[in-house]
Design a protein around this ligand. Structure first.
Ligand code: SF4
Length: 319
């Protein structure tokens, strides 16, 4: 089965935090409990708290098995994707199924919004690494930045995080995504730090906007702001937002070159690149992010759409 015919599994793609990550997408595009202003996938189209088997558990397990049998050697099998993975109801069954197939550790990148539900905490119990998010220190900023489903409240979300972090026997890294002029302010960071102390995660990872966000007014915190926030969050905190380009190798380098080749021919939206090259949208997102950091491509906004195009090569002097 090729990437073009796989529906739920993509990569392995290079991940700054997880090395070579085999991505598993468990919900349809932008099915999420949040509608974050910084979301790199655009605005949420299915804003929901409904947990169900959005995709076939057997099909996902079959795709994971096929990729692993074909020789992929990821550092993590990562449940993340185009929305919130804990909305996938048979999450625990899936994690146990993957662990029956491979010794590769399973990571779950979650916005943490549903951890107040016992069944979600149980579903995550066998994950080797869970990376929940905490992007705000109070209800007002939570609503402004994460734009949660109307039936959600900040206190429940934080209580769920606390219960989960206390009980989980695997590793927990907390991701904090900061925005300039909003959550990167000292007062907000101190409030986030107070909550983070209670959660006591193994690591705290600070991130910020690296590619066009859902709302153009969501701006990246500067490296200096991130460093100041890291100092307030304590010794376990690291800045994972990367303002520099890293090198990718192997299949990823070939995938990135194919994306660049397409953009040299015509400007494209993320979905145009995905359908044009038969790649999963999340894999394309990774390549675009990396190419943007390297200044190899640039963006242009037309109406509500973001187009990517190859950056002009510098002209020799005198031309
Ligand atoms: S939680 Fe993740 S997928 Fe959902 S809107 Fe926020 S950034 Fe996007």
């Amino acid at each position: 089965m090729t990437q073009a015919t796989r529906r739920h599994v993509f990569g392995p793609v290079p991940s700054r935090r997880l090395g070579r990550s085999l991505g598993v997408d468990l919900v349809p595009f932008k099915t999420c409990t949040y509608d974050c202003v910084y979301c790199q996938l655009g605005r949420t189209t299915n804003h929901t708290l409904e947990r169900r088997a959005y995709v076939s558990l057997d099909e996902v397990l079959r795709e994971v098995a096929e990729v692993l049998q074909a020789g992929a050697a990821p550092d993590f099998v990562t449940l993340s994707g185009s929305g919130e993975p804990t909305l996938f109801e048979p999450l625990g069954e899936l994690i146990r199924g993957i662990k029956a197939l491979t010794d590769v550790p399973v990571a779950v990148l979650t916005n943490g919004s549903l951890l107040w539900l016992p069944e979600v905490r149980e579903g995550l119990a066998d994950a080797d690494l869970v990376v929940p998010s905490l992007d705000a220190g109070d209800d007002a900023l939570f609503r402004m930045v994460n734009r949660p489903h109307r039936d959600m409240c900040f206190a429940d979300m934080v209580a769920g995080l606390e219960q989960f972090c206390r009980a989980h026997t695997g590793r927990v890294w907390l991701e904090v995504f900061l925005l300039a002029d909003l959550t990167a302010r000292e007062g907000q960071v101190r409030q986030i730090a107070d909550i983070a102390r209670r959660l006591d995660p193994e690591r705290i990872q600070l991130n910020t906007v690296a590619r066009p966000p859902a709302e153009a007014w969501a701006r990246a915190a500067s490296p200096a702001e991130l460093q100041a926030a890291a100092a307030l969050l304590g010794p376990r905190c690291e800045v994972v937002a990367d303002y520099t380009a890293q090198t990718v190798g192997g299949d990823a380098a070939a995938g990135e070159e194919a994306v660049l080749d397409l953009l040299r021919r015509r400007p494209c939206r993320t979905e145009d690149v995905a359908s044009g090259l038969g790649l999963h949208r999340n894999e394309v997102v990774k390549y675009l992010e990396h190419l943007l950091r390297a200044d190899t491509i640039a963006t242009e906004t037309v109406g509500d759409e973001t187009y990517y195009k190859a950056a002009r090569a510098p002209q020799p002097a005198g031309e």
